[in-house]
Write a protein that binds this ligand. Sequence first.
Ligand code: PLP
Length: 400
Amino acid sequence: MSVAQGREYLAIPGPSVMPEAVLRAMHRSAPNIYEGALVEMTHGLVPDLRRVARTRHHAAIYISNGHGAWEAALVNVLAPGDTVFVPATGRFGHGWADMAAGLGIETQVMDFGKASPFDLDRVAEALRADRSHKIKAVLATHVDTSSSVRNDIPGLRRVLDETGHPALLMVDCIASLACDRFEMDEWGVDVTVAGSQKGLMVPPGLGFVFFSDKAAAARVKMDRVSRYWDWVPRANPAEYYQHFGGTAPTHHLYGLRASLDMIFEEGIEHVWARHARLAQAIWAACDAWGQGGSLRLNISDPAMRSHAVTTLCIDAPHGAELRKWVSEHLGLTLGLGVGMALPGSPEAGGFFRMGHMGHVNGQMILGLLGGVEAGLTALGVPHGKGAVEAAAAVIAGRPD
Ligand SMILES: *Cc1c(COP(=O)(O)O)cnc(C)c1O
């Protein structure tokens, strides 16, 4: 019997759950785009976005998804024939590299597989070998949403400094901004890329690029940058409202205002701590399930795991069966194992992901875990007992 009627729960790593406050802010008739409330509100968004990315520098808002923000970041500082170094730890590093290749940029990809973070010694070796400093930028993914690894960005900065390499440090924070601690200025990041539909809890459609003065200087040296993606007018507070490259993304801006208000009301440090606690609860449950079956966390070292997405490995086809069962019977949608195996292949049934980014709290995570428990039980998939209890203990602040 299905017990799926009720509020659906999309527990995938983006788009994330949208708060009522965001939905309410967006539920309005078409606003005046020439003057008044919308225009005034928009001027406050850039400084507030900078607060979330922890930077005093520049921020540009685009009408795009994350792929658009990837492209925006690249075209402002890199020309065809330039070289980038891409340490890849899952699908998304390769995705950004592919985008660079499509722009005629030479890509040096160092693949660390699907279950490990960057090996900083190997990265240092590659940077040292580049004596002529051909590499113009390092493209790093903070949280790779396919493997759920969280890479050491301050460590990567240290490697650039120790090897004396002048490349720009460009970081994809699409899955980590407002979920995992990220300190753009303190960590010495030159370009940060983000999107609206993950930790920022707004529908897909806004892309963000933050850039340092060093990146701004690199932009000035470019012969040409496509008009739509040029970050100069978009990052100029006096001008940017006119520079959405056409009509402003009116409703998304209202949604973003509401989401930023929620983040500041909670406090960004608390937002990070909440994500960390809920992630620990999920890991405790997964460890318990793994005691009596094949289910295990893809990233073995807790220090290198995302607090916003968790990739699980399980004997195929249980991953695919579980996703189908919880969707049909519980109204719960789990994430596909993107990038872990060929889509549609039998191996792809050996993975699934849980998204726990943005507007999620303890009762939702316990519901998510209880739902997976029900699915494993219904399908007769072998699993250890006590998973939900273990998660509840973490949420209660009393593990063990
Ligand atoms: C979601 C995501 C992307 C892609 O964003 P889209 O909005 O789907 O284009 C890129 N990188 C990371 C790390 C992501 O999580």
